[in-house]
Design a binder for this molecule. Structure first.
Ligand code: HEC
Length: 169
């Protein structure tokens, strides 16, 4: 075991103190949903296409392609990670991994390997750790939820007076 691996393992262990984190460990991934929310909102701008609540409707940008509801998604942890990291080539879902198509982590492919019509689109990119945090956020706070509520909106924007929340009052 190398030194960096040891550090990574002990850091991972430190974050595994809540029951939620323990549940994720069983899936082999331990992310921080609070940080994941920030990544969804202010790093990846997922809401431009998926809506801030991930319902595919609310607060989407007019010029953005329609995107499916993440609240209704039933994908598993690994698939979520892969889709966020590598995108869905040939569709408007962009890739967000900083190393996507630069190393072999996305299907062993490089951008040059794709036909022009199937080339993956590039979104805002971030680290694998933040992809893991984002997946934890989707799994704990988005997937499986029904209609968005005022409480959820206030929590999402860290501000009950955020403009998108006024329609719930
Ligand atoms: C430019 C618009 C756009 C942005 C930005 C975007 N997506 Fe998507 N996303 C899509 C579209 C469109 C699809 C459906 C692609 C298809 O299958 O045709 C999709 C599909 C997905 C899926 C698969 C859902 C399922 O159940 O099949 C996931 C998960 C997802 N996006 C997560 C994210 C996350 C997380 C972010 C932010 C990091 C994000 N997306 C940013 C447009 C976008």
């Amino acid at each position: 075991m190398t030194m960096t691996r040891l550090v990574a393992v002990s850091l991972a262990f430190l974050t595994l103190t809540t029951p939620m984190a323990l549940a994720q460990m069983e899936d082999g991934l331990a992310g921080d949903p609070e940080r994941g929310k920030v990544v969804y909102r202010s790093v990846g701008y997922c809401g431009n296409c998926h809506g801030w609540p991930g319902d595919g409707l609310t607060g989407t940008m007019l010029q953005a392609p329609a995107a499916p509801s993440l609240r209704e998604s039933t994908l598993d942890t690994e698939t979520l990670f892969e889709i966020i990291k590598c995108g869905l080539p040939g569709t408007p879902m962009p890739y967000h991994g900083r190393t996507a198509y630069r190393d072999d982590s996305c299907y062993g492919m490089a951008l040059a390997d794709f036909a022009p019509e199937n080339k993956p689109r590039r979104g805002k990119t971030f680290s694998d750790a933040d992809i893991t945090n984002l997946v934890a956020y989707l799994e704990t706070s988005v997937m499986g939820l029904g209609e968005p509520t005022f409480e959820e909106c206030a929590d999402f924007f860290d501000n009950p007076d955020a403009r998108p929340c006024s329609r719930f009052k």
